[in-house]
Design a protein around this ligand. Sequence first.
Ligand SMILES: [Zn+2]
Length: 418
Amino acid sequence: MTHPAVPTAATARRRVPARQGSLREHNLALVLRHVLDAAGATAPGAETPPSRADVATATGLTRGAVSALVDLLIGARLVDELPPVVTARAGRPAVPLVPARGTVVGLGAEVNVDYIGVRALDLAGQVLAHRETAGDYRHSDPAAVLALLAGLVGQVRADLPASARVAGMCLALPGLVDRVTGPLRLAPNLGWRDVDVVALLTAHPEVDGLPVRLANEANLAARAEARAGAAGQSFLYVSGEVGIGAAVVLDGEVFAGRHGWSGELGHTVVDQQGPRCTCGARGCLEQYAGKDALLRAAGRDVEEPVEALLAAVAAGDERAARALRSAGEALGVALANFVNLVDVETVVLGGIYAPLAPWLTDAVTAQLRSRVLASAWAQARVGVAAGGPHAAMTGAAVVVLRAVADDPAAWLGAPAGA
Ligand SMILES: [Zn+2]
């Protein structure tokens, strides 16, 4: 086994040097993380928000230490108190602690082949603002598209309440990203190669001064899915768009691979004699089950939204139904290859595959059943994404907010306003 001379995305995460931070900063992050995680469990019947005493029990810190740290977090407007709740236990009523709303904000942005967009999420997970523009960005000029995106960033920032402070921005891209600062290596459907996206974006006044990081769109959407919690701990997230990205989630963490390039499901081979792909190879899955391929097979214009295909198939359009069946089969073949390699419990259909799932699931399931060696004992479940539309933008904003949660001390005494 060789050792890389240059830190990669994966090794950089493992080799974070110990900061010269104090114990207090560490404990501040510990307490904030507990309040945020408890709020993340929003399923019906989930526990009520923790009190100071609950945080002390969970973290092993003393009640007095927790109280002092919580006061700092409230002062920094990272945590809020709810009205006291009388519990069955004796003593004073408990004061539930929740993430502050409308204060610290992460911007999640996305450039994809047929839309660009930006959304702002606060620590409580509320979407405070969202802007998107449909367009055709195939073989586009990066500088022109990123100028449009910067315009959307400006609009979203203008839509935020005066109380909001923007912590940074993360941009989801449909291609190979190996470092948070770029460059983007390759996005075949955009026609972008070795583009310094951060430099182009921060040249605009709407973005200037904001920390900007990059990531693969499927990896980010998978984070939103993991946060939604419906798919279990080990799953393959499939992001169907014009291209088909995927992200492997193992034990709750995205497995990005040696360079961060795992999950290029769209370029796995369905038929080596098949049509030429945007990547240059033949017979990639994308040419059978990507959005353009699907719409073409259904006899529709590639610029139509997926809703048009849904309406056609619901109205009994046989050609549309056939296109969906054969796309589902091709997707199922590729997924069976994957599940034979990696033992996951669920395959999650995201992106355009979420609304199309009723017409894809049977074909995908049939392929998994007939091709996965272990299927007689444990059949991988085919699920539908629960992260909501534009999950990559949500996941991107979550990445920014996670950085805030890891270092709340930086927000003590920060001035209000974006
Ligand atoms: Zn390809």
